[in-house]
Design a binder for this molecule. Structure first.
Ligand code: ZN
Length: 240
């Protein structure tokens, strides 16, 4: 099993590691800073470097319980090689900002409009989120944008916590975000807490404070059917 460093420290950009396996799909390391695709967050990209070689990691996925650094097998370092594993930090940081923005957006729409999230997707700097709403006007989008930016720009610390499953199941915010659907053997549960705004069971990477997200624009609102309204957001390329 690979020791995964990103869930503990999202700001680690690289680590030394040893290759413990090579599959047709990619490379398995003893430890890694790469985040494997999951929970709506795309997998990291980056490079592995070793004495005499360098290979680009085009994606990171979880396969049969292992974190796979995706690359063609013929480009992979040999098993046993000591490598430097480094993520594409600019892309990851943009994903961290995007992910935190989505959590605050979901909390805002729940609190102010009483609507739950029905789906979502994120890319670096752009995302969509679907809400259980009957309608969503452009005016609504502008109002949400204004409120979202006000919430983000006031500093709110983002903390990762480990909660005993019994406590998580009793927490109103976590109930709303369907913590009960997490498989029963998962205990404790990793929770991302945005001070005073939002709490969700989550495996992803986030910025340390909402002010680091920068400015968010609501770029589109559209209906995907009854009780399902979609909002698209984009982040400024660099935080303010
Ligand atoms: Zn999340």
């Amino acid at each position: 099993m690979t020791e995964e460093l990103a869930p503990r420290d999202a700001y680690l950009r690289e680590c030394p590691a040893v290759v413990v396996g090579v599959t047709p799909g990619g490379v398995i390391l003893d430890r890694t800073v790469f985040y494997p695709r999951g929970g709506g967050q795309p997998g990291d990209t980056g490079v592995l470097e070793w004495a005499g070689g360098r290979a680009v990691v085009t994606d990171t996925v979880r396969e049969a319980g292992e974190v796979l650094h995706v690359m063609p097998a013929e480009e992979a370092p040999p098993v046993g090689a000591a490598v430097r594993a480094a993520i594409d930090w600019e892309r990851r940081h943009l994903l961290m900002r995007t992910h935190t923005a989505l959590h605050v957006l979901s909390a805002l729409v729940w609190r102010e409009y009483g609507a739950k999230v029905t789906g979502g997707n994120m890319e670096p700097g752009a995302a969509r989120m679907d809400f259980e709403l009957e309608a969503m006007s452009a005016e609504f989008g502008r109002e949400v944008e204004e409120r979202l930016n006000a919430m983000l720009s006031a500093p709110h610390a983002v903390r990762v916590m480990s909660l005993p499953r019994a406590d998580a199941l009793a927490d109103p915010d976590l109930i709303r975000t369907k913590v009960s659907l997490i498989p029963e053997h998962v205990d404790p549960i990793r929770v991302v807490d945005i001070a005073g705004l939002d709490r969700q069971a989550d495996g992803g990477t986030h910025v340390a404070d909402t002010a680091e997200v920068g400015r968010v624009r609501v770029v589109k609102t559209e209906s995907k059917g009854k009780g399902n309204q979609r909002m698209r957001i984009e982040l400024d390329a660099r935080p303010a």
